[in-house]
Design a protein around this ligand. Structure first.
Ligand code: SF4
Length: 505
């Protein structure tokens, strides 16, 4: 019998196909090495769990015992009303769960507790008094423990506790609705996820891969990508994910990119007007965009610009990219590739140790450099909203470095440009992803590192902190410099497209 575990439910929430592929996918295509970023998150979780447990006082430790034996010992311990059990194993029917802690409650029942190295709630906004809401993947995990405990007769409620990174104990009431307008309760959501997961695990239903951002962290990435290419699946088009692909398939029997090209848009829009349920969620603009992208990928095979783009003409152009470790919420590098009258050079503002002082100093040096440039005679290019979001957060942490208004004015300045917005609004490219890596490589740029990735940069930084090996730091700087240069290559590529567009007019 295949058991349903909390991690399988979690995988389903991340990607509906993952559960099926784990059971029935071509095992030889699965990547053996764990993704360094996933490993880092895992290590961080384990570290934090150890810290919390060390302060717990007395508890029954079942963490080193095999599942089946631990399951028997867990039942015995709960019957004896052991106050606290660490890594007890709960098995009931086809479900198995290992809550970090099981705590005896005054009514003689047990409360499942999970230790998390993240915030216990999402959407907390202290400034606006928003207390946040329960995270659905935490809720599903607690629901799985709670259901097993209820089945075994050791709990009679539908709740659990998340012990979060701030040491807060957050009671998850699983009978609560999931949102202000979404009346589905967390428990109903859990039951739905579980039912679907069971059907996939038992191969009663099958589903298909769908390429998305999350895939890069998944051990099936190469395998699913291969499947998408071989099947000419529409998720091979930028911005077409599972839900859009499935709508196209169900309502239009469009099952590959070639089919997308055959869509009669006029006829489809007429039908959409007559029938509101037809292609629900796919507006005319989205549909046209999908068709444009299919056309660029399959037919013209060349990038296209739809309008002339005005880019500033200035003495100094800065191509800017930061490196940060989200597991520590720490920004360790602000990199700038400068192109100016004196030529080109790379500047780095790096924190060489993990401390608020080091982070603050690197950031202060970055702003000092920006302020040293001739006013209104420089432009800054970056790619995606990450830099802006991160800087707004940093400003709150280090308000004495720069004011909130100055940070806002900086990003509002028309010479400070998020190229991703330009790419999205004005261009299309014959590639399946519009990440800077894909676009710059398409334009002929190559990274000096053989395996460039933001996740690896974080890993190298953590290794550098431990070993102080200068080669590790060198590798981080080289990688960041190339990211900055890639932004320059893209800017030049867009400018060329725009100039050619103007000539044709
Ligand atoms: S690679 Fe993507 S589609 Fe495939 S199982 Fe993983 S997350 Fe799902």
């Amino acid at each position: 019998m295949r058991r349903i575990t909390a991690s399988k439910l979690y995988n389903f929430i991340q990607c509906e196909h993952r559960v099926w592929r784990d059971e029935y996918g071509p095992k030889e295509e699965k990547i053996k090495e764990t993704n360094p970023f996933v490993e880092m998150l895992w290590d961080k979780g384990v570290r934090y769990e150890k810290e919390v447990i060390a302060k717990m006082g007395e508890y029954l430790d079942l963490s080193e015992i095999g599942f089946d034996e631990a399951a028997i010992l867990t039942i015995e311990a709960m019957k004896k009303k052991t106050p606290l059990i660490y890594q007890g194993v709960l098995i009931y029917k086809n479900s198995m769960g290992i809550p970090d802690l099981l705590r005896l409650t005054p009514d003689g029942k047990y409360m499942p507790i999970d230790i998390k190295s993240g915030m216990g709630l999402e959407g907390i906004d202290e400034e606006n008094d928003d207390e946040g809401k329960q995270k659905k993947h935490y809720a599903v995990q607690l629901a799985a423990y709670s259901e097993t405990l209820n089945g075994l007769g050791f709990e009679n409620k539908k709740e659990g506790i998340i012990l979060d990174i701030r040491g807060n104990e957050i009671l998850y009431d699983l009978n609560l609705p999931m949102g202000k307008t979404n009346k589905t309760t967390y428990w109903e959501y859990y039951e739905d996820i579980k039912r679907k997961t069971v059907s996939l695990i038992n191969n009663e239903v099958q589903n298909k891969p769908a390429l998305a951002g999350i895939c890069k962290l998944c051990p099936w990435y190469n395998s699913c990508k291969k499947w998408v290419v071989e099947n000419d699946d529409p998720t091979g088009l930028f911005y077409v994910g599972r839900s859009k692909r499935d709508i196209l398939s169900e309502d239009l029997q469009v099952n590959n990119i070639d089919d997308v090209l055959k869509i009669d848009i006029k006829e489809v829009l007429e039908q959409k007007k007559r029938d509101k349920t037809f292609l629900k969620g796919l507006a005319e603009k989205t549909l046209s965009k999908i068709m444009d992208r299919a056309n660029v990928l399959k037919n013209s095979k060349k990038p296209v610009i739809y309008e002339k783009v005005e880019l500033p003409i200035v003495s100094y152009e800065l191509f800017f990219d930061i490196e940060d470790d989200p597991t520590r919420e720490f920004v360790y590098l602000h990199g700038v590739y400068e192109r100016g009258p004196e030529g080109e050079k790379f500047l780095d503002f790096t924190a060489k140790e993990i401390s608020p002082e080091a982070e603050k100093e690197a950031w202060a040096n970055f702003w000092q450099y920006i302020k040293s440039l001739p006013k209104d005679d420089f432009a800054v290019y970056y790619y995606s909203a990450h830099e802006k979001t991160t800087y707004k957060k940093m400003q709150k942490i280090y308000p004495d470095i720069i004011s909130e208004k100055e940070v806002e004015d900086f990003f509002e300045n028309s010479n400070v440009i998020d190229l991703y917005k330009i790419v999205l609004k004005y261009t299309d490219w014959p590639v399946g992803s519009y990440s800077i890596k894909y676009l710059a490589q398409y334009l002929g740029f190559s990274w000096r590192d053989k395996t460039p990735s933001g996740a690896l940069s974080i890993q190298w930084f953590n290794e550098y902190i431990e070993t102080k090996d200068p080669q590790k730091l060198e590798r981080i700087l080289l990688y960041n410099e190339d990211d900055c240069k890639a932004t320059m290559v893209l800017k030049d590529g867009i400018k060329k497209l725009s100039d050619n567009f103007e000539k044709k007019m």
